[in-house]
Design a protein around this ligand. Structure first.
Ligand code: TRH
Length: 378
């Protein structure tokens, strides 16, 4: 009998919550042969990542995962799974928790936390917390170091990525299918970010720089900043324009698998949040992270904690260039000089990105770590 897993996802905003849980659910089903249900309270957000799904269907199977609408008024009588994951501290339905407590066979209850590179993560990863109904809930922390829960990474991902990157024709075909004509000799950059006042100063330096730049921008929140800089009315998917050396094109929001290919195709990726940030690392190319902003500035500590790890092994000059660029991007600082400095140690940044990727990939991935945690707990 396959072990059953229920993953609960409440879409707070953006695509990170559903992005992470959908990826995890697929991997648990595909690589570990588990029977997985993904409960999501916003099918609209899910359909953007999995365009073949039906937004109206309260139950459907996609890629061997049962996708279930998590209704606001939970009336269902559902037999809880062997393993229950509440993603990002979303609150499970009270009736479901009661059923967990009443289940004859015990249930492993996990809270899958947000990603952070901060030191305390290793100390908290895997700790139980006793609930009022007598059940224990365990805190599972993804992370970058061996003492954490690891990062989502599908089996064979890096081999696929390398084969794709070694095949220029495959890349060009992929880009053409997206409506992008690759420009000879251009540095290809993808841009996925929140609204960002620092964008203008980066685009200025790209437009005035020595090299042709092709900037691909999937539809999303950064478009308003882009419009502001271009002084253009609302941008649409397919719109393209040129400013000096800079060629800009707006892309549709694509499926997760296509988005991976976009990251693999580009020389530099600006990403955000959590899932795209990790995918850019698996792309093995230099990246720029727009971290999700938190009211109390906690995000800056997270940013610095990651940078402290990532920078290891870079020369002092390359470390400074990278940190300045990331800092400017996340605090509305001027990007021009920082970008120019980064380009000065570009070859080093490229080698480092691949090295970082290989080192992270030597750790167990998050899905594997979860399965192992369950087996140890049994
Ligand atoms: O959408 P996000 O900003 O999500 C954020 C973060 O997860 C953040 O930590 C969380 O607190 C907040 O949501 C609520 O960024 P993220 O995490 O990169 O998720 C985007 C997802 O969208 C990711 O799975 C990649 C996917 N994607 C596509 O599938 N197609 C696309 O074209 C693009 C641009 C992204």
């Amino acid at each position: 009998m396959k072990a059953t897993w229920d993953i609960f996802c409440s879409v707070v905003d953006n695509y990170g919550d559903i992005g992470v849980t959908w990826r995890l659910a697929r991997q648990l089903a595909a690589e570990h042969g588990l029977a997985v249900r993904l409960w999501v309270d916003d099918l609209g957000a899910f359909v953007r990542l999995c365009p073949q799904a039906e937004v109206q269907a309260p139950r459907q199977t996609q890629q061997s995962v049962e996708i279930c609408l998590w209704p606001a008024d939970w009336q269902e009588v559902v037999e809880p799974a062997d393993v229950v994951i509440e993603a990002f501290a979303c609150e499970l339905p009270a009736a479901y928790i009661a059923a967990m407590a009443g289940r004859e066979q015990k249930v492993l209850w996990l809270n899958l936390e947000y990603l952070s590179a901060e030191d305390w993560v290793e100390g908290c990863h895997g700790l139980p917390s006793m609930q009022s109904n007598g059940l224990s809930k365990f805190f599972f922390f993804p992370g970058f170091t061996p003492g954490s829960g690891g990062l989502l990474r599908e089996r064979g991902l890096l081999a696929q990525r390398r084969a794709f990157q070694a095949d220029e024709r495959a890349r060009d075909e992929f880009l053409r299918d997206l409506g992008v004509e690759p420009l000879a000799g251009a540095l290809l950059i993808s841009l996925f970010a929140y609204e960002n006042a620092a964008l203008g100063s980066w685009l200025e330096v790209l437009a005035a720089g020595p090299q042709r730049i092709q900037l691909l921008v999937p539809e999303g929140r950064i478009l308003s900043s882009l419009q502001g800089w271009l002084g253009s009315p609302a941008l649409q998917v397919g719109d393209a324009c040129q400013r000096g050396q800079l060629h800009i094109q707006v892309l549709p929001f694509i499926s997760q698998d296509q988005y991976d290919r976009l990251l693999w195709s580009c020389d530099f990726n600006a990403v955000r949040g959590e899932d795209s940030f990790i995918r850019a690392q698996w792309a093995g190319r230099p990246l720029l992270w727009h971290i999700y902003e938190q009211a109390d500035g906690a995000h800056l500590e997270k940013l610095n904690a990651f940078l402290a790890l990532y920078k290891e092994g870079l020369s002092a000059e390359a470390q400074v260039a990278l940190a300045r660029l990331w800092d400017a991007w996340n605090s509305n600082g001027p990007m021009g000089e920082c970008w120019t400095q980064l380009l000065k140690n570009w070859p080093e940044q490229i080698v480092h990105a691949e090295q970082w990727c290989l080192e992270r990939a030597s750790q167990a991935d998050l899905a594997e770590a979860l399965v192992q945690f369950y087996l140890n707990w049994l």
